[in-house]
Every structure is written in structure tokens, then in C-alpha cells.
Design a protein around this ligand. Structure first.
Ligand code: GCW
Length: 836
């Protein structure tokens, strides 16, 4: 018994507090038999031939990683030692220093070769890069092998990046906030300047370099004109300096009006020679300070940004004038394809925002310079939970492109919901657009492989921040990891990626790994199930916070995210035959599949077609019943995530265990809010009842508005579906109470209090059963950074669950609320459920 306890204690010690800061680069100690094997295989010396800044990072990282994992501090040397060693260098340097090794190969830019060489009785583990970056990526790859328990004693492996552009975009504002960022303030900016302490930037560079990311834009695409002010260059240069040891090039987002707004010209017409000269000299000045500057990302004529349309010029004119000043230095211009009219007439059934990217760009094919790529969002709308691949990927043959994927979870639960996006991205990347003879999956098109374009690749909008865990949710780190892995090699499968990430991030306890992998791999479908199935897109507050439920927010406005649900049916008719014609933007083989309801996949049915609620899906269910079922299934799946996570108590380090548990419990509550809101809305709209009798019937639930209220007043909630019964209560007094009498059988129960956690204030709640307080808590969640929600709605609706409460018939249940600031201690309902 004691020995058992001791083993337990040792295991607990190993689970030291983890904040998530180290993400997948924890270098946790290798244990058991593997430790001896690796100590055997990894030599005592790490020698560096490439004495560059990046080279020194590779060497220092190797020391750091091996020390963490093997408990050995490798000796650092230069040159080719006469004892067993890891040798880091570019292939050229290695060939020069050790011609006898005969390392003959040609490595494309940024690739690497891991090779075990036996020579003169000495064994070398060679990490040869095509260049310094390739060598650094190779060093990280070697470390990853050890961390993943893979063999390293006899290596011969070449890896080359799938595409040249492997960039991150950050939407950081110069004032230090981040547009659509959920992991805290900017790591780059504070009060209009680069932060005094940029150590987070280097640490971010290290995380990115570990997976082969080679560029990062550091300011919002809704760009501050100050970014190109002449006196601002030193600020950018400081950030570039912090990234440089990791080979991450700095990229800047700019405003197209800059020649006028900061350049003092009377125009920003891209065809005006003075404007061209201004771009050239401005970019030359940047390169003077930052020789490895990566290039520019440009959002023009979109969502209120100025663009070439001011002068009736084309996007090609705009892109080229900016690109030409970058060209002499090898810089790239990524021109965003996210151009659409947000004042469209919703009454016109032929209008369709999904058409916009293709309509704006395909005619310009061939007019863009060689160092321009069109940066195209994965789908035709805007990072919705399910979209088809943008048809533009298949329409550009003479223009380079890059796919833009959103790591930050703007429409995906904003770090409060666990949603692993790799399976979604994979569906798009692997989707064949039939753009040429033979397979033309999106990944090959964007990488420039199909039409032999000089550049192309992957851009991920990450928006990490100052939070210790970077993204506001430990589980969300898998999306950053997964994006970068796919940018390097999009042929990896979702399970390969998640299993690597899980082992690196949480260690290799099989029970832990299985639970996390299972949860991550199903999480996108789960989220889709309760937010917007069948291609409806997210039924969220489109014009507001992009987080809570608001089924009609998409309708009757110019933003064009319409689902057109009414009392008869639902879905956007995008067919060529009767609809907007969007489907006709695809090549014939794809268009044919989407055009017919018979061959259109269920998952995209309502994206492509308008159908009656009684339409029968391929899966045999009617549309309306599927909407009901998927929402119940999704909400139940999150409950199961919570149960599964609880089984990991003691197996995951304490802090991350608690953080994730709290996140999942919150998500489970939210999933139920979504479930009830969407199903009730559709039940009302369609007039068709749920065949399972669930919608509108909530056993054990008592609405706040029907309780005995002291001080609380009843409020209508808008939209009505955001609260159970369309109503809630809120407290305008110093304190209020809502009371009910328990009428059911005696026993043990779970009590769920659905309350509202409004921003700017932290109300206090107390739950009494008879004379006893059974729980008390403070409503102090931070939900929407920079967008405080003071309303009683689905965003602020929050669940408190108290398990194991003994109840007897006649018990008085009383909730006391004490408002604070704007938080009115609102209450939606109390639900009493038998303990399962
Ligand atoms: O989805 C929208 C976001 C905006 C964003 C825009 C874009 C940076 O809501 O916040 O602006 O897309 O991608 O340009």
C-alpha cells in the first residue's frame, strides 16, 4: 500500500504547474526505458557550422530541448568534432567542412535533411539545412522526434516545405488591443508604439519557427495609417529584431490611402507616377532598416477601407503599385481577396455575397505581378462554421494565391468553446476543384503547384496575445499548431496532427491522450451541430459580437450572410437554374454536384439550396428534424466532454486541468443556450413540432419570471430566443431574490441556475435551500474583450451547476442576487434534474 502511495506521490510531483506558456515546446523529461535509449543515441556535443543568428538559435534550442528531455547539457562547439556529435549547418557549409561525408543532394529553400553519418569510427547526427532557416527547422524536427518517442539513432530523412508562404497574420492595433483577439492584449504594441519589453515576441517567434512559419504580419489589416509614417520604421525594426533569430520575417499591413494620408500627396491613385514613387521610396526605407522584411498585406476596398475603386482602377493596379517597390528586395505583396459589398439589397434574391471574391478577381487573372499573391479566405463568406471551398481558388491560373485560415476563433466560440479546426481546414485543402486535368485539390492550387506559380501558400490569422496561454484556451493552441503543421505539410491527417500536439502538450499518458484527441477531433462537428448545421452558417449575432445566438441577425440587412429562413423553408438558393448563380463559379464537375439537391452533400444543403422544412435529407431525416436533433446531439456531446475530462483528474497537471474543466463546463452551458434558442426559433418559424417532444418541454425547469420575486423585475429579452420563455428577471435594487417551492420527489439532484453574467460589474449570487446556503458565486467572467455586453442575452447567459443537492418536497429554493456596476444579477431559470 505504501509503495503504491509513493508511486502516486512521484507522479504528482511530475505534474508540476503548467501555465500553457510553453505550448508544444515543453521538453518534458523522457521517462523509463526510452530515456536510456535516447541518452545512448544523442551525443554529448552539438556543433554549429552556421555561425549566424539563426544558427545560434538552433544550437541553443538543441541544448535547451535535450536538457529538458534527457537531463543532459550538451557541450556546444563549432566545426566538425572528432567525437560523436550533432552537427548543425547549411548543406553547403557541411559539404565544405566534411567532404568525406558525401552529402550530395539538392535541397529546396528552407528544407532540411536529418542524416546519421558514420565516419572514421565517429557517429554524427547531421542536421543540414538548405539555408539557415531550413537548419533551424531541422533542429526543431530532431527535438520533436525525441519528444514524440520516435527513433533518432539512424536517420535519413529530408523534409521540404509544401509552399513558400507560411505566414501568420495578427490583427493587432497599435493601441495594444487586438481585433478578434481572445488571448489578451497585443504582444507587439502598446500605446501606439512597440512594447518596451518584446520578449514575448521572441518567444512567439520560437513557437512559430518550431513548425516552419517564416513570416508574421504584426498589425491589423484594418491598418492604422501610422504604420507607414516615416518616423515609425524604428518601431517595426525593433519587432523585426525580436523575430530575426527565429527566421520569422516581419510583414506589415498597410492602408492603401497612405500616399495621401501620410505621404502628403494629393492622391493615392495607383496609376499616378508620384504615387508609385512614394511606394518605392517608402518601401526602400523599410528595407534599409529591415533587410529581411517579408512584405505587405493589403486590405483594400473592403469593409470601409479605401482602395483602387476611388480612381476606378483595378485591384491589379493597386496590388502592383505596392508590389513593385518590394520586388527589388524579394518582398511579397499579399492582396486580400476579401472584397465584397456590405450594403447589398437583401430583397433581391439574386444578390449574393458569396459571389464576391470570384466576381472581383477572376477577370483580373494574369494582370498581377509575380510577387503578388491573392490571399483568399477558405470559404466564400467569412470563416463560418461550414463553407464550401472558395471557387476563386480554382479560377486563377495566372495569378499566385494563398489561403487565409482563421486560427483565432472569431465565429468558433472565441476561446470559450473548444473547437479544433484542422478537420475543417483539411476538408477544404483536400477538396478537388477540378481546375485542370488530374487532381487539383485546394492545397495544390494555393501552393502554386497546379499552374506553376512562383509563389503561394498559407496564411493563418492567429491573434495570440499576452495571456500566459497565448490564445485564452489551452485547447485552442492545437489550432495554431495544426495550422503551422498543415502549412508545412498539408498531407498530414487530422489525427496525426492532433496526436502529435497532444503528446507534446500534455505528455504521453494514453488515457489523457485518447480523451483529448477524441474531444478535439469531434469538436468541430459538435460545434456545428449546436450553432449552424446543414450549411446554415453560424446563427450568431452577425452584426454584433459574432458570439451569441441571434437567428435573424443575418437577415434583412446588407451584410449578405442570409439564410433566408421563413415559415415555409430555409436556405440560400445559389443554383444557376433558379438562384444567385454562385454555383456556376465552380468548374462543371463541382458545379454539377452542388446544383442538384440530389447530389449536394447534406452538410452544405442550405448553403446551396432553399428547401421546405419537410425536405428529406440523404440521411433520411427532414431538415427541421435534423435541426432539432443536431442541436440536442451537439449539446449532449459537450456534456460528455465534461464527463470525460473529469475522468482525467490527477492525470493532468492541476492548473491546466482546472482551466480546461472550467472552460468545458461553461461551453456545456452555452451549448444548451444555443440548443434551446435555435430549436425554439425554428419550431416557431416552421410550426412543426419536434418528433421527439424535446423542444419547448424542459422537465425540471422553472422560469424566473414565474417565481416569487422580491425586487426582481421581469424583462423581455431580445432576441426572444436568447432566454428561456423569451423573458428573464433583473435586479434594479440593492439586492433581490427569486423563490420557488420544490414539488418533486425526495432525492439527490443537480441544480442548474441559468443566470446572466453582464459585463462591467460582478454581481453576486447565493442559492439557498430552506435555511441553508448551498452555493454562492460571483459573476465575473470576461467574455468579449473590448466589446462589453451589458445585455441580458445569450452571450451573457451562463450556467452554474450545483451537483448533489438533497431536496424534499416543499423545500423553498431561493436565489439571491446582488447587482454590481452594470451587472444586474439577471436570472433566466432554475432547472432541477435527478443526479445521473
Ligand atoms: O470577419 C471579418 C471580421 C473583421 C475582419 C474582417 C477581415 C479585420 O469580423 O474583424 O477585419 O473579417 O477579414 O478583414
Amino acid at each position: 500500500m505504501w509503495s503504491k502511495l509513493l508511486v502516486g506521490a512521484a507522479a504528482l510531483v511530475a505534474l508540476h504547474a503548467e501555465t500553457g506558456y510553453d505550448a508544444w515546446l515543453r521538453y518534458a523529461p523522457v521517462e523509463g526505458a526510452a530515456l536510456a535509449q535516447y541518452r545512448q543515441a544523442i551525443p554529448a556535443v552539438v556543433s554549429l557550422l552556421d555561425d549566424s543568428e539563426i544558427g545560434r538559435s538552433a544550437q541553443a534550442e538543441t541544448v535547451r530541448g535535450m536538457r529538458g528531455m534527457l537531463g543532459r547539457t550538451l557541450r556546444t562547439e563549432a566545426g566538425v568534432p572528432s567525437e560523436n556529435a550533432i552537427v548543425l549547418g547549411t548543406l553547403d557549409e557541411i559539404r565544405r567542412a566534411a567532404p568525406a561525408w558525401r552529402l550530395d543532394a539538392s535541397l529546396p529553400a528552407e528544407s532540411f535533411w536529418l542524416k546519421t553519418v558514420a565516419s572514421g569510427g565517429v557517429r554524427y547526427t547531421v542536421v543540414a539545412g538548405a539555408d539557415a532557416r531550413g537548419m533551424l527547422y531541422g533542429a526543431f524536427a530532431l527535438l520533436r522526434k525525441v519528444a514524440l518517442g520516435q527513433p533518432v539513432a539512424s536517420l535519413d530523412e529530408k523534409q521540404l516545405p509544401y509552399a513558400r508562404i507560411r505566414w501568420i497574420n495578427q490583427w493587432d492595433r497599435l493601441n495594444g488591443t487586438i481585433e478578434r483577439g481572445y488571448g489578451g492584449a497585443s504582444i507587439f504594441w502598446e500605446d501606439g508604439k512597440a512594447r518596451a519589453d518584446l520578449s514575448r515576441v521572441s518567444d512567439y517567434g520560437r513557437l512559430l519557427a518550431s513548425l516552419g512559419i517564416n513570416g508574421c504580419s504584426i498589425n491589423n489589416v484594418n491598418a492604422d495609417i501610422k504604420a507607414l509614417a516615416p518616423d515609425f520604421v524604428p518601431q517595426i525594426a525593433r519587432i523585426a529584431e525580436a523575430f530575426r533569430p527565429w527566421g520569422v520575417r516581419v510583414v506589415l499591413a498597410v492602408d492603401f490611402g497612405s500616399p495621401q494620408s501620410v505621404g502628403g500627396l494629393d492622391t493615392f491613385d495607383p496609376l499616378d507616377a508620384r504615387v508609385a514613387a512614394w511606394w518605392q521610396s517608402t518601401e526602400a526605407a523599410i528595407y534599409k532598416a529591415i533587410p529581411d522584411f517579408g512584405g505587405i498585406v493589403l486590405k483594400a476596398d473592403s469593409e470601409g477601407r479605401v482602395g483602387p475603386s476611388t480612381y476606378h482602377r483595378t485591384h491589379a493596379d493597386a496590388a502592383n503599385v505596392v508590389a513593385r517597390g518590394l520586388k527589388p528586395y524579394g518582398g511579397l505583396l499579399l492582396y486580400r481577396g476579401f472584397v465584397y459589398d456590405h450594403h447589398m439589397d437583401w430583397r433581391n434574391l439574386k444578390n449574393d455575397r458569396a459571389r464576391a471574391a470570384y466576381d472581383n478577381f477572376h477577370d483580373l487573372d494574369g494582370q498581377f505581378d509575380d510577387n503578388v499573391a491573392i490571399q483568399i479566405k477558405n470559404g466564400p463568406i467569412d470563416f463560418q462554421v461550414r463553407e464550401p471551398a472558395s471557387p476563386l481558388f480554382g479560377a486563377l491560373e495566372k495569378t499566385s494565391q494563398a489561403i487565409e485560415l482563421q486560427v483565432t476563433q472569431e465565429y468558433m466560440g472565441q476561446a470559450h468553446h473548444t473547437v479544433f479546426l484542422v478537420p475543417m481546414w483539411k476538408e477544404t485543402l483536400d477538396f478537388d476543384l477540378h481546375a485542370g486535368p488530374g487532381p487539383t485539390p485546394v492545397k495544390a492550387l494555393v501552393a502554386g503547384r497546379v499552374f506553376h506559380r512562383p509563389i503561394g501558400g498559407f496564411v493563418g490569422v492567429a491573434n495570440v496575445g499576452m495571456d500566459r496561454d497565448w490564445l485564452g484556451n489551452h485547447m485552442s493552441q492545437a489550432n495554431l499548431y495544426g495550422f503551422a503543421r498543415l502549412a508545412w505539410n498539408p498531407d498530414l491527417t487530422s489525427s496525426e496532427i492532433v496526436s502529435e500536439w497532444t503528446r507534446l502538450t500534455f505528455g504521453d499518458n494514453p488515457a489523457v491522450d485518447k480523451t483529448i484527441e477524441q474531444m478535439q477531433l469531434t469538436s468541430w462537428r459538435t460545434y456545428e451541430d449546436y450553432t449552424g448545421p446543414l450549411g446554415l452558417q453560424n446563427l450568431t449575432d452577425i452584426t454584433g459580437n459574432h458570439y451569441g445566438v441571434n437567428v435573424e441577425a443575418s437577415e434583412r440587412n446588407g451584410w449578405g450572410q442570409w439564410h433566408r429562413a421563413d415559415e415555409k423553408g430555409v436556405g440560400m438558393d445559389r443554383t444557376v437554374a433558379t438562384g444567385t448563380g454562385y454555383i456556376g463559379q465552380y468548374r462543371p464537375a463541382v458545379a454539377k454536384m452542388y446544383e442538384s439537391e440530389a447530389t449536394c452533400p447534406d452538410d452544405l444543403l442550405l448553403f446551396m439550396h432553399h428547401v421546405p422544412y419537410t425536405h428529406v435529407l440523404h440521411n433520411g431525416k427532414t431538415v427541421i428534424q435534423y435541426i432539432y436533433d443536431s442541436h440536442y446531439r451537439g449539446a449532449e456531446a459537450v456534456e460528455e466532454y465534461v464527463r470525460a475530462w473529469r475522468r482525467l483528474a490527477g492525470l493532468v497537471d492541476e492548473q491546466r486541468y482546472r482551466d480546461v474543466l472550467a472552460q468545458l463546463e461553461y461551453q456545456a452551458g452555452q451549448a444548451e443556450v444555443w440548443r434551446d434558442a435555435v430549436t425554439n426559433w425554428f419550431a416557431r418559424a416552421s410550426g412543426i413540432a419536434d418528433a421527439e417532444g424535446r423542444v419547448g418541454h424542459y422537465p425540471g425547469r422553472t422560469e424566473a419570471e414565474s417565481m416569487q420575486l422580491q425586487g426582481y423585475t421581469v424583462r423581455e429579452v431580445t432576441p426572444a430566443e436568447d432566454a428561456s420563455g423569451g423573458k428573464a428577471v433583473a435586479c434594479a435594487a440593492a439586492s433581490c431574490a427569486a423563490e420557488m417551492k420544490y414539488q418533486g420527489a425526495a432525492g439527490w439532484y443537480t441544480v442548474r441556475v441559468e443566470y446572466f453574467d453582464q459585463a462591467e460589474g460582478a454581481a453576486k449570487f447565493r442559492l439557498w435551500v430552506g435555511k441553508q446556503v448551498v452555493d454562492e458565486w460571483t459573476a465575473d467572467l470576461t467574455l468579449l474583450p473590448g466589446r462589453p455586453d451589458r445585455r441580458l442575452d445569450s452571450t451573457t447567459s451562463t450556467r452554474r451547476q450545483i451537483t448533489g443537492v438533497a431536496l424534499r418536497p416543499g423545500d423553498e429554493i431561493r436565489l439571491e442576487g446582488v447587482p454590481n456596476g452594470s451587472d444586474q444579477a439577471g436570472l433566466d431559470y432554475i432547472e432541477i434534474l435527478p443526479v445521473r
